[in-house]
Every structure is written in C-alpha cells, then in structure tokens.
Design a protein around this ligand. Structure first.
Ligand SMILES: [Zn+2]
Ligand SMILES: [Zn+2]
Length: 108
C-alpha cells in the first residue's frame, strides 16, 4: 500500500501505517491539537469527573489531576469510543505514552 498523506492540512509528511496522520500528528501530541474531535471532548469531560485514577488508585490532586486516558492507545488502534476511556491520574496518563504491557521504552 502506498503511504497516504497526513490528514492535517498543510502537513508535508506521510501518514503512519494504520493511521491517517503522520507521527507528528497522530502520536503523542497535546490533546488540544487536532485529531481529537468533539466526541472525544464530551467523553473526556465525563471521564475527568472521576475522583480516583483507575490505574494506580491515586486520588486526583492539583499536582496530579485526573485526566481521560485511553485504554488502548490511539497509536495502537484505540478509538475515541466511550469504552476505550478511563480516568487516569496525570502521572499514569503521561507514562502510558507508548508503553503498554511488555513494550517498555528505555529512558534517555
Ligand atoms: Zn502531519
Ligand atoms: Zn494513576
């Protein structure tokens, strides 16, 4: 299959395999960026109302607030459906990045 162009208008890169966006736009960019649609926002808003992290059980604080995390990362084919969200504290959400199961990334 020839690579498709990145979905983001004006982006010169090609999309990643299995994605409609390039690594810059499909990966770990900020949520505020494009790619997260209104549906995501609606779900995320609800998920953030949880008081505890579903992963480590920590209580949300100002330093470590509860965020909406994807159970299956979007990079691995996760979708923006309600079933793919859970509340995670910021620490867990950030560290989840590309690390799931055995796939461990080395720290630089
Ligand atoms: Zn792009
Ligand atoms: Zn946590």
């Amino acid at each position: 299959m020839p690579p498709r162009a990145c979905l983001i208008p004006g982006c010169p890169r090609n999309a990643m395999r299995g994605s409609s966006r390039c690594s810059q736009h499909g990966g770990r960019n900020t949520n505020a960026d494009r790619g997260y649609d209104a549906q995501h926002e609606a779900i995320a808003k609800r998920v953030r109302q949880a008081t505890h992290c579903a992963k480590c059980g920590a209580r949300g604080t100002i330093d470590n607030p509860i965020e909406a995390g994807h159970i299956i990362p979007r990079a691995e084919g996760g979708t923006n459906t309600p079933g793919n969200y859970r509340p995670e504290c910021r620490r867990c959400n950030r560290s989840a990045g590309g690390r799931l199961g055995q796939q461990r990334r080395r720290r630089r």
